[in-house]
Design a protein around this ligand. Structure first.
Ligand code: GDP
Length: 367
């Protein structure tokens, strides 16, 4: 069989349901063309998901072949999750003269922040990381104008090369390509869009002109990313769909903030400080006294806090403790990879209790 799934590009097969491209033999017999593999079919029709393996050797070989083709690379990054989705080794993977950055999901910031400042922040960040590229764009795949700007940018640099979209899973690659196609040929949702892992399982070639293609490449899964450990329902709850309303907490020492059940921030000592949380609006942020925090967690881990659930907590691993200091010289963000961030301004020391597989880092404040 050489047919490919219209949704994800995987080669259609009828033997192994746990592998990509699976389709029921009876369906295969009946259908003959325009196949959707079982996974894409379920995703499109019931929004449900089946798990299968991801072969990283295959993925690396794919990157190698993209490199050989020397096409234009559009590295799509989730602007709300820079730590989790920016490929800092991108210059090792591809020719530096051919890389465009598309920082997606900028709509999540829209109301709370000046876009020029983020643009500046990103340029400085890339410079600090010594990452070379030819151009960058801040976009939302939901905004037609932004997509048009990206199309113009691609047209400016592509010459007679293919255009490869690369990035982590869930950054919005398929959404962007769908919108580009829509803009070009007015056909919607050809590639399956979802927020589960590995929606895009193989390269998908979409004709751009007579000689070249837009290529959707498989998403890379970051094992540091929360997405790797959560069920679909939890993932829905933590993934922001519209702009994020920052919430401000003025905390005194000996107070605690729970970030749903993912992390607990104990303000150990210092001066009254401001903690501004930037997470999906539905995520629960609960303030309590430090002395009551243990009790609260024990009593309410499964009802008020609820996420992560018991199974997810097992996958996330043992509890670890991280310590951070902050002072009035520098406003900092604490980034919880895959979840969001907390901007802290003030003076003091915090202790964070979280799971082994939750990645929390400190950066210079973005806003
Ligand atoms: P891919 O795995 O990189 O191909 O990502 P998808 O295109 O499947 O998108 C993953 C999730 O991000 C979906 O829930 C999309 O609706 C969402 N998404 C994609 N683009 C945007 C965007 O510009 N803004 C926001 N807020 N969400 C987006």
């Amino acid at each position: 069989m050489k047919e490919k799934c219209v949704g994800c590009g995987a080669i259609i097969q009828t033997e192994d349901i746990s592998k990509k491209g699976y389709i029921d033999p009876l369906v295969y017999e009946k259908k003959k063309e325009d196949f959707y593999c079982k996974r894409c079919f379920l995703l499109r029709n019931y929004n449900s998901n089946i798990e299968y393996e991801f072969d990283s050797k295959e993925y690396l070989e794919n990157l190698e072949s993209i490199k050989e083709n020397n096409g234009l690379i559009v590295h799509v990054v989730d602007i709300f999750d820079l730590n989790g989705t920016l490929l800092t080794n991108i210059n090792k993977l591809f020719n530096t003269k051919n890389i465009i950055f598309a920082f997606n999901k900028v709509d999540l910031y829209m109301n709370s922040i000046n876009i020029n400042r983020i643009n500046h922040y990103l340029r400085v960040l890339l410079k600090d990381l010594n990452i070379k590229y030819i151009d960058l764009a801040l976009i939302s795949s939901f905004k037609a104008n932004d997509i048009q700007n990206l199309i113009d940018l691609i047209a400016k640099y592509k010459g007679n090369k293919n255009v490869y979209f690369v990035g982590m899973t869930n950054v919005g690659k398929s959404s962007i390509i769908n919108k580009i196609i829509k803009n070009m040929v007015n056909e919607e949702n050809i590639i399956t869009v979802s927020n589960t892992m590995n929606t895009t399982t193989d390269n998908i070639y979409i004709p751009y002109d007579k000689k070249t293609y837009l290529v959707d490449t498989p998403g890379i899964i970051n094992k540091k990313h929360l997405m790797y450990y959560l069920d679909k329902e939890s993932l829905e709850t933590i993934t922001p769909k519209k702009f994020i309303k920052p919430k401000t907490f003025q905390l005194f020492p000996k107070q605690t903030l729970f970030i749903q059940g993912f992390a607990r921030i104990d303000f150990v000592n210092g001066e009254r400080s401001s903690f501004v949380t930037n997470f999906n609006n539905d995520l629960l942020i609960h303030r309590t006294k430090l002395e009551n925090a243990d009790d609260f967690y024990e009593k309410h881990v499964d009802d008020i806090l609820k996420i992560p659930n018991t199974q997810e907590r097992i996958r996330l691993g043992n509890i670890k403790v991280l310590t951070f200091n902050f002072d009035l010289e520098d406003k900092i963000d604490l980034v919880i990879s895959g979840l969001g961030f907390i901007s802290i301004y003030g003076e003091g020391k915090i202790e964070i209790k979280t799971f082994k597989n939750v990645d929390i880092t400190k950066r210079k404040a973005i806003i």
